[in-house]
Design a protein around this ligand. Sequence first.
Ligand SMILES: O=C(O)CCC(=O)C(=O)O
Length: 265
Amino acid sequence: MTQLKIPDLSIDQYEADGFLICQDPIVPTEIVQNASQGMDALRSGQYETGIAPEPSYWEPGDDADKLCKIEMPQIANYAIMDLITYPSIGEAVAQITRAEMVQVWWVQLLGKPPATNRGQTNIGWHQDQYYWRIWEAESQLLTVWVSISNVTEQDGPMRLVKRSHRWGLLEQNDFYGQDHDHQMAETKLPENEIWEEEMALLPAGGASFHHCLAYHASGPNRSSTMRRSLAIHVRTEKSRPVNDQRTGLSRFIDNHDYCPVIYQS
Ligand SMILES: O=C(O)CCC(=O)C(=O)O
């Protein structure tokens, strides 16, 4: 398989906005399709490596209307591991951060089913760093969100607020918050800042990259198919666990079979 050439990504834009949306696929179709089948296997409780994902919000057998969020899916499925280690991902992160080393330290598989009256599948406004206190505050942490299905406006795409990575930790942070209007009304913006959103509309294999303080959320999936993605949380050499402890979501960082280094200069 020939490796996809990574598009030129603008470090200036990443630094100015706190995120970057890359509409050119950075992962080839075959790898994306295999990962999508891997997702189906995990949803039916099949773990081909013999290892189950970490305990998750979603478990096999849960309601089809429920947001599917599976923690560390790459330890249970080879095709998902192939996707998260695809070289363009690490190279792209190195390009926008000037990193010498990029390591995957946690992964979430996300499936957002079509909205029904019962399903609560919005993802509320939040900054990832709010949930990541295990890392020193200045750590260079970001998320590569790779779409494994086409994500159009109908599918409940991720929405990101420009420059919010410069606003510090905001008071309204709730990943499971369903009422976006309420959250937005309660969010205090720093003086002279404005709310300017961008939607991450992506083809399958496309990716967005967001800083750990970028404010983001996503609304209902109004299409007839599940929105599928992998949120790959990565760190560079400019990151350190608080007190150098391995705990919570940093508990596997010394295990490179689970948390592979995907770029080294
Ligand atoms: O999938 C979404 O809509 C949001 C994902 C998210 O919060 C993240 O990747 O940090």
